[in-house]
Design a protein around this ligand. Structure first.
Ligand code: KG4
Ligand code: ZN
Length: 347
């Protein structure tokens, strides 16, 4: 029997709803919130308000695009956490009410583990090879940076993670220092294409093998800019491409060195890159080139599935539902932490 799963994602600043028909994504609609641009980061209260405004139109558009009626949906999956509480609550309340009205099962999904499987999602008329288990996953997003051992959809272990800022946060904070709007990652990516990645050098953090740290890097950019602005008020403008390229190179080197070291240490053959930072053009290229050179299979989701999206929620929702894992109506959002074992297992 074919299955139609709706996935609802509202953990941060994207209101995203997707419809999955079996393995195939037939619609994925995202309303991005521009309201945060001038604040250098997401303002929680503004995010919840925008989700409230966007959720109904996004649901309608997603159904329309899939050429379906709400009665065609079989399962409703939604992000339970981690994320901003107010934002999560909009998606969760909507999902529960929608499911209750239509008498449908619900599946609560951990946002971080949904990112991991974005590479598995198929598009109509273009089937691609998906990663085989076990694999190593680097999830680098605005809120997290983790190296994961993934043995199965419900068997994930953390090998290492950041002890302070996430990689995406390092991009966003650098953008703020350079006077660029939020989210800064895509803007640094664009600027870096025109700069010399070896013009400036930044120190790399000294942390244990599979841990990450990005707050020192951000501070060294801040001091470099502050010191140079004293003598040259036009410093940022003159050097922004080189600053972006050199800073980005440092982040990419850290992510790449640690990931490939983990792959070698733990004997993985397959490496998956996931999360918003996996949209970075230079990071994608570096992983693919290094994978070829060292004999690893590299999987990276298409750009549309790197940053937050309902499709990855629908996909993991479908997998769990098929394994008999559903949630009760009293599940509650969580802001932080690794709760996936609790929600992604039977009983
Ligand atoms: O996965 P995501 O959409 O949200 C979280 O779960 O956090 O990731 C958002 C992060 C932001 O920090 C954003 O700046 C970063 O991903 N990002 C990028 C690029 N596109 C998005 N970072 C570097 N280069 C990009 N092209
Ligand atoms: Zn995310």
């Amino acid at each position: 029997m074919s299955l139609i799963v709706m996935g609802i994602e509202t953990s941060c600043d994207e209101t995203s709803v997707a419809i999955l028909h079996d393995d195939t994504l037939i619609s994925n609609i995202t309303a991005t919130q521009d309201v945060h641009a001038s604040y250098g980061g997401v303002v929680p209260e503004l995010a919840s308000r925008a989700h409230t405004q966007n959720i109904i139109p996004v649901i309608h558009t997603a159904l329309q695009y899939a050429n379906l009626h709400k009665k065609d949906v079989n399962v409703v999956a939604f992000t339970l956490g981690p994320g901003l509480v107010g934002s999560l609550m909009v998606g969760i309340s909507f999902a529960k009410s929608f499911a209750q009205a239509l008498n449908l099962p619900i599946v609560a999904i951990d946002h971080l583990y949904a990112h991991v499987f974005a590479s598995f999602i198929q598009f109509p008329n273009e089937k691609h090879e998906v990663p085989s288990f076990p694999f190593l996953c680097l999830t680098a997003s605005g809120g997290h940076t983790q190296l994961l051992r993934v043995k199965d959809f419900t068997d994930i272990e953390i090998i290492g993670q950041t002890i302070d800022d996430a990689a995406g946060e390092a991009f966003d904070k650098a953008a703020k220092i350079l006077g660029l709007p939020y989210p800064g990652g895509p803007l640094i990516d664009e600027l870096a294409k025109k700069g010399n990645p070896f013009y400036f050098s930044f120190p790399k953090p000294k942390v244990a093998d599979f841990q990450f740290s990005f707050s020192g890097l951000k501070t060294s950019l801040l001091y470099l800019v502050r010191d140079n602005l004293k003598d040259d008020p036009g410093f940022i403008n003159k050097y922004k491409e080189h600053l972006a390229a050199s800073y980005q190179r440092t982040i990419i080197e850290i992510l790449t060195e640690k990931t490939f070291k983990a792959a070698e240490t733990f004997g993985f053959k397959n490496i998956v890159l996931a999360g918003g930072v996996s949209a970075n053009s230079e990071l994608r290229k570096t992983f693919i080139d290094k994978g070829k050179e060292l004999g690893y299979k590299i999987y990276i989701p298409p750009l549309s599935l790197t940053t937050d999206n309902g499709a990855m929620i629908a996909f993991l929702g479908k997998i769990l539902y098929e394994r008999g894992i559903t949630s009760s109506l009293d599940v509650k959002q969580y802001a932080t932490g690794e709760k996936y074992k609790k929600y992604h297992s039977k009983g």
